[in-house]
Ligand binder design. Sequence first.
Ligand SMILES: NC(=O)C1=CN([C@@H]2O[C@H](COP(=O)(O)OP(=O)(O)OC[C@H]3O[C@@H](n4cnc5c(N)ncnc54)[C@H](O)[C@@H]3O)[C@@H](O)[C@H]2O)C=CC1
Ligand SMILES: C[N+](C)(C)CCCC(=O)O
Length: 507
Amino acid sequence: MASGLSSRVISRNITRTIRGPWNFVAGKRCLPVDSSGSMKVIEPASGELLCGVPISGTEEVNRAVGVAKGVFATWSKLSGREGGEKLLRAGQIIRENLEDISRLEVQDTGKPIWEARLDITSCPDALEYYGGLAPCIVGQHVPLPGGSFAMVQKEPLGVIGGVGAWNFPMQTCIWKVAPALACGNTFVYKPSQFTPVTAVTLGEVLADAGVPDGVYNVVQGEGQTGAYLCEHPDVAKLSFTGSVPTGTKVMTAGAQDIKSVTLELGGKSPLIIFPDADVKNAVKATLMANFLSQGQVCSNGTRVFVHRSIAAEFLKQLVTATEKLKIGDPFAEDTTVGATIHEDHARKVLSYVDSARQEGATVLCGGERVLLKGKLAGGWYLSPAVLTDCRDDMKVVQEEVFGSVASVLEFDTEEEAVKRANDTKFGLAGAVFTKDIQRGHRVANAIEAGTVWINTYNLYPTEVPFGGYKQSGIGRENGLTAVDYFTQTRTIYVEMGDVDCGLLYQD
Ligand SMILES: NC(=O)C1=CN([C@@H]2O[C@H](COP(=O)(O)OP(=O)(O)OC[C@H]3O[C@@H](n4cnc5c(N)ncnc54)[C@H](O)[C@@H]3O)[C@@H](O)[C@H]2O)C=CC1
Ligand SMILES: C[N+](C)(C)CCCC(=O)O
């Protein structure tokens, strides 16, 4: 049979406007069967109502999990090539609709359109990677004494419950769904209440790609809906992205039924710049490490350790580059800073700048609300902040701000920089900037984090694992490693001789 990839006859049923219904169960958009009210979703760019979304109750979560459980037997029995081909096709559909989906993501998140295009491009990257990998998810044959042998099988877990954050809505969802489905699992996902849109778009994409109804489902709601999903006895595994306090709750819920749990949590990552570094590249990386998506990125390198000998020059270049960032309409092609997700979060980010000032930091630029005109007047636009005169014990240096606030700290020796870099409860990421290859590797190996970049920042190709040390999480997403987190191992022992039971049996 011809591969779906060579065929251009794929129907396109993607909803391109902000329009409900917002649940996706059994292969179509639908209303929840029970609901405890409606969420008002605000468009970050304007502060105006984007849509109202009914909150799914226990009955709806039961329905979605039941549907996913019902189709598990069919989906998990497909060969890797049959299932994988559908994921490849889904990737192709997203590529062909990239602009429309990116625009939905901008409306939902307030991030600049050029960034949304990059985020959405990473979605087919993941679908294609795991679609291609699916036929290679195989077990082992283990020869044993006397001609006996064992088959070690990689088996899916069952229904996966996914809960996501608001900063990378579709990417976060697909990083979970693509490997989970490639391993033969089915899925129920609850997006963040702030960004309900593109998880539903993914349902339409997968349906168009021929993924059977019920393999992927979406329920909507706040923490309570997430909790129902995590506590559901028929959910085999939980995969969560969000804050540490909620991650703790998800893990606690999982503990009740001994569910496997993957957690992608927060960070307070170090970016260490040595005197031999290329300063322009270090400045570019510092922008990437702090100001993408309005600073709302878990892996951000918000503790910028700069060697004292180059600190003045580095700060000069960093402030110049930061002041050139263009705050504006997220849909404008030249905008580099869009809207913060919502007012409460913006106020929290600004409160960190205030606390830094009170503790003695100097704000070299930014850290203020910028009022835009017309339709954008209600959005919360914050100017990216660069802080100096920082100390390790300041609140802004200790806690995850999740906003555009870079704290610059000076250091004298490599040993000191590494020690201070690791003095945190988090361990998601880090980076080292140097032209000295030995030092680069030595420091990268000493940083206690799941990802360390040498001479760059915030790149996460699908091919490489991503996840945290310490309180930044458990488990890994992406790469071959993700397969281990969405499968379980069954050993079948085949006896080829007589049963040897020692002295137990006497002829
Ligand atoms: N990956 C990361 O590092 C992220 C960190 N954050 C941090 O968390 C702060 C709060 O942001 P939120 O979106 O409110 O993050 P959150 O961790 O509260 O929520 C993340 C997701 O978990 C759901 N949830 C909440 N309570 C739950 C429960 N008991 N059981 C299951 N699911 C539950 C939420 O509805 C949402 O979908 C941010 O200001 C930021 O500091 C937020 C998003 C991502
Ligand atoms: C990989 N990344 C950083 C784009 C998204 C990971 C989760 C997060 O920031 O919430």
